[in-house]
Design a protein around this ligand. Structure first.
Ligand SMILES: Nc1ncnc2c1ncn2[C@@H]1O[C@H](COP(=O)(O)OP(=O)(O)OP(=O)(O)O)[C@@H](O)[C@H]1O
Ligand SMILES: [Mg+2]
Length: 395
C-alpha cells in the first residue's frame, strides 16, 4: 500500500485498540485488561473491555470526526491520519476529553448519566448502563411513547444548572449540532459530489438513483430554508439525544440514564427534533409488530404538543417550523452517513433496516420539505407529516 492510500477500517481499529490498551495501562497499571466485543458505530470506535473484575465500555475517536468521514479521506491519507491522531489524542481539547468532563459535570449536577470510569490519552472509559433503551421500549410498548419521550426531556432539566452552563461554555461539543452537520455535509460542490455517491455500494442501481434524486431535492430545499433566523433563546442542549442514548435501567416508569453527551449551546427545539427524527426513522425502518404505527405517531404528536404548549401566538408556529426543518436535516444527515459508509465498515443493526426502507422514507422527506418551501401553515405541515410517516410505516 502506498503513502497516499485512504485509511482502512482494519488499520483504524488496530490503532484504536492499541490506544485503548495504553490508556488502560496508564489509568490502571496493576489491573489486567481483556478486550471484548466491538460495538459497531459510524462515529467512533467503541469496544467492551474488562479491567480487573470490572466490565467497561472503551471509546476512541479519530480526530473527533465520524469514522465514515475519515474513511473517505476527509482528514487526509492513512499516514496523515496516523500522525495527526497521535497529537490529537493527547490534546486536552480532544472530543473525548470534553465528553469525559461533561459526564463528570452532569453527574455532579444530578443529571443521571453513565459514570465516567476514567479518561487517558484520547480514550474514554464508561461504566455500563444496563436496561432497555428508549428505542427498545417504544417498539415494545408503543402506547407508552408519550410518557417515555416526556421522561427523556424531564430527565435533562438539570442541563440548565449554572454549574453545567459554566462547564459547557468552557468546553462545548459543537460537533453534534444538527444544523452544523448538515451544512458541513451538503454545502457547495463537495455537497453535490457527496449526494452523487449515496448508496452506490449499498443499494441496487434503481433504488440508488431514486434515493439520490430525492435526497438531492430535499437538501436543496433545506439549504434555502435554513437561512431563516433561529428563534428563541439558546439553551444548553444534550446534542445527540437519540433514543439509543436514553436507557431505563430501573424500568419504563422510572427516570432514565443518559449516555454519550454532546452538550453545547443550541436552539431550544434541537433535542426534541433529534428525538422526533430518530423515533420516526425507527418507526419507518422497524414498525412495532403487535400495534399499529399510529400508536407511536400519536404519542409523538402528543409529546410535541406538550413541548409547544407554553409558547404563544406566532412563536408556536415558528417553533414547529424549526422543528420540521431540523427533523428533516437530521434524517438526511444520518441517512447519507449510512448510505456512504464503506462496505468494510461494520454498521449498527439499525442501519440495515434503514437501507431496506430507504424508498419508504423518501416520500416523507419529499412531501414535508415541499410543504416547508411552499410556506404552508406549520400546523397543517405537521399534520401532513404525521400522516406521511404513518403511511410509510404501515405495511
Ligand atoms: N456506558 C455505556 N453503557 C451502555 N451502553 C453503552 C455505553 N457506552 C456505549 N454503549 C453502547 O455503545 C453504543 C455506541 O457508544 P457511543 O454512543 O458512546 O459511541 P458513538 O461512537 O457516539 O456511537 P453512535 O454514533 O452510535 O452514537 C451506544 O449506543 C450503546 O449501545
Ligand atoms: Mg453515540
Amino acid at each position: 500500500m502506498t503513502g497516499t492510500a485512504l485509511p482502512q477500517p482494519a488499520d483504524l481499529f488496530a490503532l484504536s485498540t492499541d490506544r485503548i490498551r495504553r490508556a488502560a495501562a496508564d489509568l490502571w497499571p496493576d489491573e489486567p485488561l481483556t478486550l471484548g466485543d466491538h460495538v459497531p458505530s459510524v462515529t467512533g470506535y467503541v469496544r467492551r473491555v474488562g479491567v480487573g473484575g470490572r466490565d467497561l465500555f472503551a471509546k476512541d475517536s479519530v480526530l473527533g470526526l465520524s469514522l465514515v468521514s475519515v474513511l473517505h479521506g476527509l482528514a487526509g491519507d492513512r499516514d496523515r491520519v496516523r500522525a495527526t491522531q497521535a497529537a490529537y489524542a493527547t490534546s486536552p481539547a480532544s472530543l473525548l476529553a470534553r465528553e469525559a468532563a461533561q459526564l463528570r459535570t452532569l453527574d455532579a449536577a444530578g443529571v443521571r448519566v453513565g459514570h465516567c470510569a476514567g479518561y487517558a490519552s484520547g480514550v474514554l472509559f464508561t461504566e455500563p448502563v444496563t436496561g432497555p433503551t428508549l428505542a427498545d421500549l417504544i417498539t415494545k410498548e408503543p402506547a407508552r411513547t408519550l410518557d417515555l419521550l416526556t421522561a427523556a426531556v424531564t430527565g435533562l432539566e438539570g442541563l440548565q444548572h449554572p454549574r453545567v452552563v459554566c462547564q459547557v461554555d468552557a468546553a462545548p461539543i459543537p460537533e453534534r449540532s444538527i444544523d452544523g452537520t448538515f451544512r458541513r455535509k451538503f454545502n457547495g460542490v463537495s455537497g453535490r459530489i457527496y449526494i452523487g455517491r449515496l448508496g452506490l455500494d449499498r443499494l441496487d442501481e434503481r433504488t440508488c438513483q431514486g434515493v439520490a434524486a430525492v435526497v438531492g431535492t430535499v437538501v436543496a430545499r433545506l439549504l434555502k430554508l435554513r437561512l431563516a433566523p433561529p428563534i428563541g433563546p439558546t439553551v444548553i442542549v444534550y446534542g445527540d439525544l437519540k433514543p439509543e442514548h436514553v436507557l431505563f435501567p430501573d424500568g419504563p416508569g422510572e427516570a432514565p440514564v443518559f449516555i454519550d453527551p454532546g452538550l453545547a449551546r443550541g436552539p431550544a427545539h434541537h433535542d426534541v427534533a433529534k428525538l422526533v427524527s430518530r423515533a420516526f426513522l425507527m418507526l419507518i425502518a422497524a414498525p412495532p409488530v403487535d400495534a399499529p404505527a399510529s400508536a407511536v405517531v400519536d404519542g409523538i404528536a402528543a409529546f410535541v404538543a406538550d413541548q409547544t404548549r407554553a409558547l404563544r401566538g406566532t412563536l408556536r408556529g415558528r417553533w414547529l417550523r424549526r422543528l420540521l426543518v431540523t427533523w428533516l436535516m437530521d434524517t438526511v444527515n444520518i441517512l447519507s452517513t449510512y448510505l456512504t459508509a464503506p462496505t468494510e465498515l461494520p454498521l449498527p443493526e439499525h442501519a440495515q433496516t434503514v437501507f431496506d426502507q430507504a424508498e419508504a422514507l423518501c416520500p416523507v422527506l419529499d412531501q414535508v420539505s415541499a410543504q416547508l418551501v411552499a410556506a404552508t401553515d406549520p400546523y397543517a405541515a405537521w399534520q401532513l407529516a404525521l400522516r406521511a410517516v404513518t403511511k410509510a410505516a404501515a405495511r
